[in-house]
Design a protein. Sequence first.
Length: 294
Amino acid sequence: MKGSIKQRGKSWLIQVYTGKDADGKPTRHYETVRGRKTDADRRLRELLTSLDRGVYTPPTKLTVADLLKLWLDGYVKTNCGPRTLDGYQAIVDRHLKPNLGHFALKQLQPQAIQAYYSKARKTLSSVTVHHQHRVLSQALRYAVRQGYLGRNPCELVDPPSPQGKTMRTLDPTEVSILLTEAEGSYYYPVIYTALSSGLRQAELLALRWRDLDLGIDPSISVSRALYKRKGVSEFREPKTTRSSRLVAMTPNLALFLREYREERRTLYAELDKELPSMNWSLPPLTVDRSTPVW
């Protein structure tokens, strides 16, 4: 007999045979259910079904907050970049732990998650709550893989659909105004290149002269990005292989960058210095070969 139910006053004690330990001794799962006999019968069937399907997990005292910390420390830190870790940590600290962290992991039901999402939507956007759902679901999938849970309760939850915003680009008049206002600034070359290439900010700030092909078929080679985390800036390879790419240069941008490079060479020649491999609109005396282009 795999399982049994015994009445204990106003509650019911469920006993389920779960197999044998390392010494060959039988192991059993005990659980108390308060309520009607039908509630205990239903819970017994759930346990037996999980055993038959091989998804039974032993009891654990982990809370959702404990699980989130284990996931961040054991998985995210190892498999994700620093900025991704910071983003997940912020979602966990600001939203998930304060609202769901007190639940025992085994007792976290889809209804509790759904109720939290409904409450959060009163003050947060659908996109923000959807991000929280994605983080929570990933953490709970980790719990399933580690054997803490038999099933991910987020699979039974309907998160709010993110309502994306339409991206608005500058029209020709606005571009002209921006360039006019920026003219003469140290950052004019950055702004001009950004408008002409469409590069991301982190990619733009990591450009080196050797990344620019100003020949017959001018192009920009995107091979790294500049990231700032907790006050420390560092160059890193792009997050995906698709981000490493060759971007075609417009003729006007190629002409502008050729003229700009010659201006910098002239300036460095006057200072009796060699043009650094990376050199944009920074003061000449502070630039060295480890300085970003901009």
